[in-house]
Design a protein around this ligand. Structure first.
Ligand SMILES: NC(=O)c1ccc[n+]([C@@H]2O[C@H](COP(=O)([O-])OP(=O)(O)OC[C@H]3O[C@@H](n4cnc5c(N)ncnc54)[C@H](OP(=O)(O)O)[C@@H]3O)[C@@H](O)[C@H]2O)c1
Length: 296
């Protein structure tokens, strides 16, 4: 009898506050997926509340009474973070810890996103959630500090979702930048010695909903299946769009960037599949959908 009640409660439509849901690359897709699932999404942006003012945030939460908060807000400029470590820490750790402290007494489920850049890239196999972390950049360190701050709070309603290499509708991203450059140039040089898990934000958003439906608690890796270098991802995008532009592979040394990046950061999603029964589709399918439905 009790089991049935719990089952029904888990299936009840949820009221989900999406921080970053108005302008963020992932946040916008997340709102769409939640609504598609029959849940209510409340997108929150800078103008709605001072996210860094604890009293304002507390009052905002008490007014809206969300069942779940999805935090997609982050300092995401990987190279700029090397020059602004304090600001990156303020958003990626301190704000996250504050959110955890506000969610805990209110029994709000917290979904927080993190990154493949918590790994150093020395592995030869896709990283599992329990693998050793060792970020190489300020961005990676601040994101890991955010994860740890939440774990230290001992929240029992917490999903930390590590994802990677996002592309999708609603905001400029690597693929959209490549396509606009390829439309203007005959040739593009793109790094070929970093390999990761390209991920389509509408897929990641749908998978987040699946994880929430089964109360997936803990750290999960959520990306599309397969892997690619930046050059392979760029080539596939140019090809899908049928643009006349050669994409040449180059090494990271030929394209120096301020922040160090892992040369291999493919993520293993098996624990997500074991819990939900859902297997993410290949990134190329997501890429084609993005190009055909959102670019052309
Ligand atoms: N993008 C990727 O390839 C990637 C890869 C791995 C992990 N992730 C993680 O996935 C999550 C979502 O990333 P995303 O690419 O969707 O991020 P995004 O597009 O850069 O969006 C970030 C959101 O945070 C908001 N924001 C940033 N600083 C803020 C501040 N000081 N005050 C209020 N709002 C602020 C932005 O608002 P404004 O638009 O107003 O600035 C925006 O809505 C993040 O946790 C990120 O670390 C992303």
């Amino acid at each position: 009898m009790m089991e049935n009640k719990d089952h029904l409660a888990a299936r009840k439509p949820k009221n989900v506050m999406v921080l970053g849901g108005k302008t963020g690359l992932l946040g916008q897709s997340l709102c769409a997926s939640l609504e598609k699932a029959g849940w209510t999404a409340l997108p929150v942006g800078r103008d709605d509340v001072d996210l860094f003012d604890t009293d304002q945030m507390a009052a905002f939460l008490d007014r809206h009474e969300p069942d779940i908060i999805c935090n997609t807000i982050a300092y995401t400029q990987v190279d700029k973070a090397e020059d602004e470590p304090e600001e990156a820490m303020r958003i990626n750790k301190q704000f996250v810890a504050k959110l955890g402290r506000l969610a805990k007494p209110r029994h709000i489920w917290l979904v927080h996103y993190s990154t493949d850049f918590v790994f150093d890239g020395k592995s030869c196999e896709p990283y599992r959630p329990e693998d050793a972390v060792n970020p190489r950049s300020v961005y990676g360190k601040t994101k890991l500090a955010g994860e740890n701050a939440l774990r230290d709070l001992g929240l029992d309603q917490l999903s930390i979702i590590r994802t990677a290499w996002l592309f999708g509708p609603g905001r400029t991203n690597f693929v959209s930048k490549i396509l606009s450059l390829a439309a203007q140039r005959d040739c593009l040089n793109v790094v070929h010695d970093q390999t990761g898990s390209p991920t389509y934000t509408p897929d990641l958003a749908d998978h987040t909903v699946e994880l929430l439906k089964v109360n997936g608690q803990g750290v999960f890796h959520l990306v599309n299946s397969g892997c690619a270098s930046w050059c392979e991802l760029a080539s596939a995008a140019v090809q899908a769009m049928a643009l006349q532009c050669d994409v040449h592979p180059i090494s990271s040394d030929e394209y120096p960037q301020k922040a160090l990046r892992p040369c291999y950061s493919v993520l293993n999603t098996e624990s997500f599949t074991a819990l939900t029964g859902v297997k993410p589709r290949p990134w190329l399918h997501g890429l084609r959908e993005y190009v055909f439905c959102h670019i052309t």
